[in-house]
Design a protein around this ligand. Sequence first.
Ligand SMILES: Nc1ncnc2c1ncn2[C@@H]1O[C@H](COP(=O)(O)OP(=O)(O)OP(=O)(O)O)[C@@H](O)[C@H]1O
Length: 588
Amino acid sequence: MTPVDSVAPAASAAAPERDRLLRRSLRDPVAVVCLLVLALVIAVSLGAPLLTDHAPDRSVLADTLAPMSATHPLGGDGVGRDVLSRLLYGGRTSLLGGTLAVLVAFAVGAPLGLVSGFYRGWFDAVAGWTVNVIMAVPAIIVMFVVMAAVSQDLNVAMIVLGVIMAPMVFRLIRASVLAVREELYVDAARVSGLGDARIIRRHVLPVVIAPSVIQATQVFAVAIGIQAGLAFLGLGKASQASWGAMLGDAFTNVYNAPVLLVWPGAAMGLTILASSMLGNAVRDALGTAEPRVVRRREPVARKAAAAVAELPADRLLTVEGLRVAYGEKTVVDGVNLTVARGEVLGLVGESGSGKSQTAFSVLGLLPYEAGVTADHLVFDGKELLALDLAALNALRGRGIGYIPQEPMSNLDPCFRIGSQLVEPMRKHLGLSRAEARTKALDLLERVGIPDPERVFRSYPHQISGGMAQRVLIAGAVSCDPQLLIADEPTTALDVTVQAEVLDLMRSLQQERHMGMILVTHDFGVVADICDRVAVMQKGRIVETAPARQIFASPGHAYTRMLLDSTLEGGPARGALHVPSKPVKEVTS
Ligand SMILES: Nc1ncnc2c1ncn2[C@@H]1O[C@H](COP(=O)(O)OP(=O)(O)OP(=O)(O)O)[C@@H](O)[C@H]1O
């Protein structure tokens, strides 16, 4: 991170996940060989009619255990059928069976895993139970029963196998979705007002694709093995050529013509090996790209609040009697605060005092388990606690912008900066792609980025932390919000960049006449930018006063202690030892 926010050297950064996956996979010689083997198996199986004149199930008594010859390049089997022809057509059966199992497993498991992981709640519980029940069923017995009682067709058995394997896909996808939905950039997308469908399409699906490819190769390999096992045991139609049936036939002639074991065995082994090793190669290519799990903030189950009261016309936000509790633990306890249009309110307090919980209540981004109540939580005349999710999504980004603490975690590494800026503007402002692009470039220039075109085209890993924070500020103001919530926006930046970013926020706030809540533990930041300050301790506001007054004559012992610790360069973020005197609210 540099004060000039220069573009970081691309060579030092990791390439975005999807591109890296593809490129790395293709650079791995094992993956290339596996792909070639699979391509060859597919090509010769599909091209079987061109490669042999013999029908796979045509039996000629004279050709029983015939040796290799020009007519029968791989000889004849125990009942006089052409081995090459059965090998080629048997490949079709195996490939089709494996593909059917994969398709069914993903058609059933993937959507369920996606919905369960993303929304959780009762659907997740029901899906989890169902999956456990399916997994408890002995798969091989089910397959025997289906083949004996329903159909002798191996393809039907593979469809059933797909259903039986769907729980594996479900679990994998659910776990991937659970991890990605806790990413800060997913929260950021939510804050910018994107709906669930867009968030899933843009941020969740790209992360799910790589593990799904690996899983698909494994399911494919297992399905081919199981199908061969069933055919080997004599299940399946006699007319359906398959590698398993060939193995069964070879086994009965193992003493007379052991070579008959070689062809189906080699074909099956190669195909299963290539498929499994391809999965491993993709997994290796993924390397460390597994999603990081960070703290979780989701739409909250909200309690309806009292009706909106008569409020002053210049009032942008009114919070009255806000309480946030996790079970027995109350973390925000009756907070009252207001923000006027064009006013900057600093929310200060030591770590754990409830500043972020208060800010996130306004954004509607607390976890499901948070119990949130308030007498009023009114933004621009709207009672936030009474809004449904769609209305809240429409408000976030458009009415309320958010600047987070950790710039890098709030940008999706898979997408270019430009696309992450353009998307919310297209949604909220109804701009065309070209209009949104022009506006994004203007904004990047406005927030002091020296080469907007280049940054627009860059991936997050290609820019510095300071520049990423400027990008997020540009994003936060892109839809012209009336209220900006900034949660320790400079904490992750180096000192010289902090001052520039604060200046930028102040000038943007003034030129757009936005209200702002600035969550911070730093009185230096308060002095720089805030008009008024609310001091929080243990979930309560203990003092609210104009910034000047707070510095000139702090009214509460806790405020004085915070100020002293800042002036002494003490551990403002650490726990402060305040004399055990009752909390008294001092409001100007
Ligand atoms: N999901 C949760 N379950 C239980 N307690 C929680 C949860 N999230 C936060 N808390 C608690 O809420 C309290 C307030 O947290 P909050 O993040 O608002 O503090 P903060 O003042 O913003 O501190 P910081 O500056 O460190 O972010 C803390 O004690 C924290 O442990």
